[in-house]
Design a protein around this ligand. Structure first.
Ligand SMILES: *Cc1c(COP(=O)(O)O)cnc(C)c1O
Length: 232
């Protein structure tokens, strides 16, 4: 049995976010919290929702599908963001349960997603994932190619481009991590200026660095271990 108290940890994280927003001269409600429940089972996921989580982040479509019956039975259903890679053979399953795909990193994935949404008569919120750190193990389009891809996604029927997402550099050096987040913000500004007016979201920042991300303009942070506990 875990003794980790999800409700208390969620409250601590909400306090951290509010303090970070205040320090940056921003309103706390301008930063949405995606609780990354990807590493915990259905019971712990439901615990997070009961504690007030209304946005969940899942990495694997199979987990989204497995948790869907329990989540969809709730009166107040949380919205699920896909924050891990989406393979094209999982698109149909993902679309049944996901409100936003944060990990669009190629034109071919965007085309496949959009075509499926058009067939279903719906519009899906998406973010374009950018690899601002250039670290090889991270997915995402390169910063140089991000503007073109984002504009292409914005023009794709069935998709609504909401903004950009990145996984920050895995580094304890504040300046290095923040440089990547600043890069994402600059890219987002270009995307908006070039016509994708609704693409204002910046999904960046996790348990270890959400303060730095909020200081650089994050509108969505994705927090896992600080809320659901360390991976066991
Ligand atoms: C797991 C994960 C997070 C949360 O990471 P923590 O360090 O546990 O807060 C955020 N974003 C993505 C894409 C993830 O896979």
């Amino acid at each position: 049995m875990s003794t980790w108290d999800i409700a208390a940890a969620l409250a601590r994280t909400t306090d951290r976010l509010a303090a970070a927003a205040q320090a940056a001269g921003r309103a706390p409600e301008d930063v949405a919290l995606v609780v990354a429940t990807k590493s915990v089972d259905v019971a712990r996921t439901l615990e997070a929702v009961a504690a007030g989580a209304c946005l969940l982040g899942e990495s694997r479509v199979q987990d989204v599908v497995a948790k869907a019956p329990a989540l969809e039975a709730l009166d107040a259903q949380p919205a699920v963001h896909l924050i891990g890679p989406l393979q094209s053979n999982k698109i149909n399953a993902a679309l049944r349960h996901v409100a936003c795909v944060e990990t669009v990193h190629s034109a071919s994935l965007a085309a496949a997603l959009g075509a499926r949404c058009v067939r279903d008569g719906r519009v899906l919120d998406v973010l374009v994932q950018v690899n601002v750190s250039g670290e090889e193990q991270k997915s995402g389009v390169t910063p140089d190619a991000a503007l073109d891809l984002a504009l292409e996604v914005a023009a794709t029927d069935g998709l609504r481009l909401r903004g950009l997402m990145t996984i920050g550099r895995n580094s304890p050096v504040e300046a290095e991590v923040r440089a990547g987040y600043a890069r994402l913000r600059t890219l987002r500004d270009e995307v908006v200026t070039q016509g994708a007016r609704g693409a204002t979201e910046l999904s960046m920042g996790m348990s270890g660095d959400l303060e730095w991300a909020v200081a650089e303009g994050a509108t969505i942070v994705r927090v896992g271990t600080a809320i659901v506990g360390p991976r066991v």
